[in-house]
Design a protein. Sequence first.
Length: 186
Amino acid sequence: MATVTLRDENRVLEDPAEISAFLAPFGIWYRRFEGSDQLPENATDPEILDAYREPIELLKAEGGYVTADVINVKPETPGLDAMLNKFNKEHWHDEDEVRFIVHGRGVFHIHPPEGPVFGIEMVKGDMIRVPRGTHHWFDLCSDKTIRAVRLFQDTSGWTPHYTETKAEAGFEPLCFGPSYMPAPGI
Ligand SMILES: [Fe+2]
């Protein structure tokens, strides 16, 4: 299950219905796709897309997405840090960012035009749609592992536009999953 952290309000949301209701005013969809635990960790990309064909087709129809693929990131992925550095600075896209986590985890931070930044830790079974134009950034957790289905309206629209606000500088990617390692002494 996802975890929403409102650092400035010292508030954490963990209930999926509460999270969906909190995110809805920002145009963010949050849903649970159960069943990824039935897929072997070494499932191929086509097997993953096939296992989730039904919800993927529903999302495509709902959001006008035309293609879906699977991204697979591991600590040994070549050029991992360069890849992560593209997305861990505040940016926005010309099209929606839609992700469904099949394995691993990661954290989206959302920076609404009015109101404080909040973090969304996404784990296996979580689906999110961040609407085009939303200021956000993304970090992996310490295990640097994520496998996710991505949906696109037009892959050319998914280039990051950087806001250069450096809002991300004040936020650590807090991950509450099994890989979360508290700082020594805390
Ligand atoms: Fe992004």
